[in-house]
Structure formats: structure tokens, C-alpha cells
Ligand binder design. Structure first.
Ligand code: F0G
Length: 370
């Protein structure tokens, strides 16, 4: 056998040593023998050392957890695979969720894979193009309401309660479903596995505050199991257009571009505040301008193309570091929650212009200024 083939075979064995999410972290998940082994290949996302960006903001040990590389392009898949597997186990036939786009794309995909009907209720006209078509193509029944995310969540909670009596039993798969949080905490396990311990700081965008709560649960589970000694300081960042966890920052700013984190009444707000205090961390607001500057820098300096809301963690770390509040030797992990292709309009609005040229050598040279 050639060396190349031998090496490939070894890599194959290594890939098997990194099994799918439900299997890999089964000891920490609410699984039984009756839970179906659902998977679209979620989890196992890269942790990338952002050296250029880190140097620029004065944090050389800056890492990015690229959650946009999950199957539907966001971190939601980690929680959704558990929630949908548990729904199947319980005999569900239908899923329902409210969403600013990513939850619905994920619910629709896992619903399709599980053979369940998926209903999503969205604020009309506010969903990024990439996210909406994901849910539609996966066959979800999409209802666009004349209201915001908070209205949509209130409606689906009530519909899930009424469903059984109305002859439409349906499982709520927003992050108020505890199986979502259980699945999402696996990202904290991966961060610890990859770094060989917990980071000093974990920075993360906050919307409904489910994900920050899930990470804290994950770090706490690993510490309780003796797998890590410490837990990180949590730094949560909300879009300033709606930052209800940050006193004094609630302003009405409906045109904010960071729509995915524009939530007025975070469903997991209390857990998030408790996690913040236990970790000695903070939850703060960042402006759209700060978020978009980080969004462009992630692409320009690191080649990481995320959706705007996902850049809030980097925007926040830059701000806190500029205050001198972070030791430059600290290890910081920023969670990059969703992929840039989710929101092509935001990308186009932030991209530099192309250079026009005739289809000749001279024309291209002229355009390049050669
Ligand atoms: N980042 C992205 C890209 C999101 O889509 C969301 C939430 C968050 C961060 C915030 O996470 O809610 O757990 O604090 N999106 C939800 C949705 C609301 O419907 O897709 P959180």
C-alpha cells in the first residue's frame, strides 16, 4: 500500500473517532435507547486561531468557533437535532417555532429529515433572504405575521399548548424547549476539547439568551465531571437596537441590520443573567456600526464570512479590550453563530465595488492600475 493510501486510511480511522454529536456527547445528553439516531452532520465545527484580527484588537490569543459550518449554517442545529430526536421519540408528528430565520431553517431541515411537518411563524419582511428560502425549500409551512419576533414567540407557545385539543398536536422547538439547550451546550465541550481546557473568556452574541445559557451549562457540566478545572468569564453582546438585558440601552431602532439578535424580551433572560453573575462577566450592548465593522474585519483579516449578528461577539471584545479590561495574554473564544451566505443583502451592502474592464489584457491592466 502506498504511503498516501496508508495516511488516508489513518485519517479515516481518526474521523470515526469523532462521531456525530448525539453519539459523541451521549453521556451529557438526555438520550435513551429509544431516541432515534438523527443526524445531518452537525457539530465538530472548527476553532480557528484569529491571529491577524487578534493582533489588531490587542488580543493575540483570540479564537473563533465557526458555528456557521453546521449543516444549515448556524449553531441552532446542535440543539435542534436533540429537540427533534426527542420529539420523534415522544411520537410527535409536527414541529412549531417562532424565528428570526435561523431557528426556522434548522427546524425545517431536521423536520424534513425526520419526516415531520414543520410550522414556522416569522415577522413578515424581516427575515434574511437565505434563511427564508431554507425553510421554504425544506417544505416548512411558513406563516409571516404582521408583528415582531416577540409576538411570534407568544403565538407559537399558545398554539403548541392548544394544538392537541384542536387535533394538531405539535412540539415547540424554540430554545424554551430544554432539549435545545442540552444540544447547544455541546459547543462548550468542543471548545474545551480543542483547547485542552476552558478559555479565559467566552464572547457570544445574545438574542433570546438561549445560547449563552447553553454554553454556561456546558462549561459547568464539564467542570462537574472533572474534565476542566475552570469555567470562562462570559461576555455577552446584544444589538443596541434591542438590549433589554442591558439597563438603559433599550431604544426603538427598527431598521437595525442585526435582526437575528433584535429581540425585546429574551426567553432565557434570567438564566443568562445568572450565568453572567456566576462567571463574573458582563452583558453589554454594541451598536450596528460596531457590529458591521467587526463583520467586515472578520472577512477582510481572517477570511471568515459570517452573518452580521454573528460579528457582535468580536465587536464587543474589541470594545472591552480597548477599555484595557482584558489581559493581553488571555485566551478568548468568540462564537461566530451563523454563516455569511444567510444574508446576501447585508453582504452586498458592505462589499467593496468590483472593477469594470474591457475583455482585454490592456483593459484588465488598466483596471488594476498596472
Ligand atoms: N446569532 C444568530 C446568527 C442568531 O440567529 C441568533 C438567534 C443569535 C445569535 C442569538 O442566540 O437567541 O440563543 O441568544 N436567532 C434566533 C432565531 C432568535 O430565531 O433564529 P440566542
Amino acid at each position: 500500500m502506498s504511503d498516501v493510501l496508508r495516511q488516508l486510511r489513518q485519517q479515516h480511522v481518526a474521523a470515526e473517532a469523532r462521531p456525530r454529536l448525539l453519539h459523541r456527547y451521549a453521556a451529557f445528553l438526555p438520550l435513551t435507547e429509544a431516541t432515534p439516531p438523527l443526524s445531518l452532520g452537525e457539530g465538530g465545527t472548527p476553532l480557528v486561531h484569529a491571529q491577524r484580527l487578534g493582533r489588531e484588537i490587542g488580543c493575540p490569543e483570540l479564537y473563533l468557533k465557526l458555528e456557521g459550518l453546521n449543516p444549515t449554517g448556524s449553531f441552532k442545529d446542535r440543539g435542534m437535532v436533540v429537540a427533534v430526536a426527542k420529539a420523534l421519540e415522544a411520537g410527535a408528528r409536527s414541529l412549531i417555532c417562532a424565528s428570526t430565520g435561523n431557528t426556522s431553517a434548522s427546524a425545517a431541515a431536521y423536520g424534513a429529515s425526520a419526516g415531520l411537518e414543520t410550522i414556522v411563524v416569522l415577522p413578515a419582511g424581516r427575515i434574511a433572504a437565505g434563511k427564508l428560502v431554507q425553510a421554504q425549500l425544506a417544505g416548512a409551512r411558513v406563516v409571516a405575521i404582521d408583528g415582531d419576533f416577540d409576538d411570534a414567540l407568544r403565538l407559537v407557545r399558545e398554539l403548541a399548548r392548544q394544538g392537541a385539543q384542536l387535533g394538531h398536536p405539535t412540539t415547540l422547538v424554540n430554545s424554551v424547549n430544554p432539549h435545545r439547550i442540552a444540544g447547544q451546550k455541546t459547543a462548550a465541550f468542543e471548545v474545551c476539547d480543542d483547547l485542552g481546557g476552558a478559555p479565559d473568556y467566552l464572547a457570544i452574541p445574545v438574542g433570546n439568551a438561549g445560547n449563552i445559557s447553553a454554553y454556561w451549562k456546558g462549561f459547568s457540566d464539564y467542570q462537574a465531571a472533572g474534565l476542566v478545572e475552570n469555567r470562562p468569564i462570559l461576555l455577552g453582546f446584544q444589538a443596541a437596537g434591542a438590549a433589554p438585558l442591558v439597563l438603559g440601552h433599550r431604544v426603538d431602532h427598527p431598521e437595525t441590520i442585526a435582526t437575528a439578535i433584535r429581540i425585546g424580551d429574551p426567553a432565557s433572560g434570567e438564566q443568562a443573567l445568572r450565568a453572567r453573575d456566576e462567571s463574573g462577566g458582563r452583558i453589554e450592548a454594541v451598536s450596528d456600526e460596531e457590529i458591521l465593522a467587526a463583520y467586515r474585519d472578520l472577512a477582510r483579516l481572517e477570511g471568515v464570512f459570517c452573518e452580521p449578528a454573528s460579528a457582535a461577539a468580536v465587536a464587543g471584545v474589541r470594545k472591552v479590550a480597548a477599555e484595557g479590561a482584558i489581559d493581553p495574554s488571555a485566551t478568548i473564544v468568540c462564537v461566530i453563530t451563523g454563516h455569511g451566505l444567510k444574508d446576501p443583502e447585508a453582504a452586498a451592502a458592505n462589499a467593496p465595488a468590483t472593477l469594470a474592464a474591457a475583455a482585454t489584457i490592456e483593459g484588465v491592466r488598466e483596471a488594476l492600475g498596472w
